[in-house]
Design a protein. Structure first.
Length: 330
């Protein structure tokens, strides 16, 4: 007598949170209607990171939500977050996950995307190679600092943008709006933003005498008597942003706002924002907002957008349709 074996297979989606931004991971899971998977993550006294999945992930599509950012409340810095993501990927591969997707809306080392001086590394490329070596099958990210970062990967990269939600937030703010690009490299992004809300465009002439120091010399375009919005992909120390706000107001703008996807907020960022002329500074929650933030900061949730993208990746649908193909604002 020959025994017969019925083979049945159904895809299984699982979402796990790293320690960099567990609240975002929880919001994403809620949008998807699933519970966060159980995982133990800790740092030994020696500084080494440990990971163990608390349930079977065999055959599952595993989505690891871990922006490469610091989270002081969890006791980790940006490098800890990167290493933690790597060990989570390795553990998932070793546990026979069907696919391992790194959901890292803030891509660490993204500004180190080229050599600016001899004998420098291209650290963003190194991070991509390391993720691939760990075994990641796919990367889901948001508003990369530069388009060439996608070319550092040999695996698929799904690039999301917060441009739409930020534009929707500012729509109807004023009848006389002008969008201000903080430098020439952000002109395309700011032009798309301006077209979405029917605003004019201005550009700041910025020089960077050294790393993390910028000087605004000229405002190119008409901002006098208008409400200006300075748009960028990230805010780090906010020194450049503060200088941009001062320059725009000195050029005659009546009000000035700022918006960015990634709230890095390192160093004296909060002090700079508190002393700046911005009425409101709008960011998303790709990076958790640390304590001591000034009251002028508004945070928009990117969880619905990321959850929709995860759902489409899981069901093998088009991700670019979420943005009508306009998800590369470089």
């Amino acid at each position: 007598m020959t025994a017969s074996l019925e083979l049945r297979h159904s895809k299984h989606l699982m979402v796990f949170a790293g320690r960099a931004n567990p609240s975002l991971a929880g919001d994403i899971a809620g949008q998807l209607g699933v519970d966060l998977g159980g995982v133990t993550l800790k740092t030994f006294s020696s500084g080494e990171v440990y990971c163990r999945f608390e349930e079977s992930i065999r055959g599952a599509d595993v989505f690891l939500v871990q922006p490469m950012c610091a989270n002081p409340e969890m006791g980790i810095n940006a490098n800890d977050a990167l290493v933690e993501l790597l060990v989570m990927v390795d553990a998932a591969v070793g546990a026979s996950a069907h696919r391992v997707v790194a959901v890292t809306p803030w891509y660490g080392y993204s500004r180190q995307d080229k050599k600016s001086a001899p004998r420098e590394p291209i650290s963003a490329r190194m991070v991509a190679r390391t993720l691939e070596a760990a075994g990641v099958d796919r990367v889901l990210t948001m508003d990369l600092h530069a388009g060439q970062l996608q070319g550092f990967f040999g695996v698929p990269v799904d690039h999301m943008t917060a441009l739409g939600m930020l534009a929707e937030h500012f729509a109807g703010l004023d009848d006389d709006l002008v969008i201000v690009a903080p430098d020439a490299g952000r002109v395309k992004l700011n032009k798309q933003f301006a077209n979405r809300i029917g605003a004019g465009l201005a550009i700041l002439d910025k020089e960077r005498p050294q790393q993390q120091i910028a000087e605004i010399t000229t405002v190119i375009g008409d901002v006098r008597g208008k409400t200006a919005i300075v748009i960028d992909d990230m805010i780090d120390t906010a020194g450049t942003l503060r200088a941009a706000g001062d320059a725009v107001m000195s050029a005659g703008a009546k009000r000035v706002f700022a918006a960015a996807t990634h709230a890095v907020f390192s160093g004296r960022a909060f002090e700079n924002l508190a002393a700046s002329p911005f009425e409101r500074v709008v960011v998303t929650d790709t990076i958790p907002l640390g304590p001591g933030a000034p009251p002028t900061i508004d945070v928009l949730s990117c969880a619905p957008l990321l959850a929709d993208s995860i759902r489409r990746i899981f069901t093998d649908e088009s991700v670019s349709e979420v943005f009508d193909g306009q998800n590369h604002p470089f």
